[in-house]
Design a protein around this ligand. Structure first.
Ligand code: SF4
Ligand code: SF4
Length: 215
């Protein structure tokens, strides 16, 4: 079995948002839609404050509430753990967006581009009309993963089989890979470091792990 997950090392993330930009470029998401977002969090109390940068997005939960509430079966889950949306089946009810505890889903009602009505060259190439009026979210770049696998590449090791955000990270803070493979980089990182997951108490079994060695 395979379960693809993301590990974000909060000790390394510098909040540059290159991951956000790489995701936006790769998926041509419209203004205001960030499948890979980075939260800027202030911790502690004056004068002992610290700043924490936290990449977030769909957590590809293994028990996803978004899928449970979906009345049209548009939200699905692959055998490798990636949570999917079938744009052709989605009826745009947004139940999933309400049910998601991670605010990972978006719905856009009309085509919007970075600089007004005319798409940039990249937006024109990557525009997907099927996403209008339906739910959308991070896909873990499933198309890249699948294309890479078809070429015999390893997700998380070979860039052509790895999500764009992880490839782009300037600080090596994002690592993608198979949690079920004990020799994968993600498994190694989780064995060697202290980690947590968001809203663990909700039982969603998120596929996004955060390394954090409190100072
Ligand atoms: S993070 Fe939200 S959208 Fe993603 S799988 Fe979990 S519940 Fe669904
Ligand atoms: S690119 Fe890397 S360092 Fe920059 S915000 Fe994203 S995860 Fe953090």
């Amino acid at each position: 079995m395979t379960r693809y997950v993301m590990v974000a090392d909060l000790n390394r993330c510098v909040g540059c948002q290159t991951c956000t930009a790489a995701c936006r470029h790769t998926n041509a998401t419209p203004p205001g839609v960030q499948w890979r977002k980075v939260l800027d969090i202030e911790m502690g109390e004056y004068p002992n404050v610290d700043r924490l940068f936290m990449p977030v997005g769909c957590q590809h939960c293994s028990d996803p509430p978004c899928m449970e509430v979906c009345p049209s079966t548009a939200t699905g889950q692959r055998k490798d753990g990636i949570v999917t949306i079938d744009y052709d089946i989605c009826i745009g009810c947004s139940y999933c967006a309400v049910a998601c505890p991670y605010q990972a889903r978006y719905k856009v009602e009309e085509a919007r581009f970075a600089y007004g009505d005319t798409p940039t060259e990249n937006e024109a190439i990557r525009f997907d009309a099927g996403r209008i009026g339906v739910a959308q979210k991070c896909t873990f770049c499933a198309d890249r993963v699948d294309a890479g696998l078809a070429k015999g590449l390893t997700p998380g090791i070979d860039p052509d089989a790895t999500p764009a955000c992880a490839n782009a990270c300037i600080a090596n803070a994002l690592t993608f890979g198979d949690l079920e493979d004990p020799n994968s980089k993600v498994s190694e990182l989780l064995t060697e470091n202290t980690w947590f997951r968001m809203h663990e108490e909700l039982g969603t079994d998120p596929g996004f792990f955060y390394l954090w060695n409190e100072k």
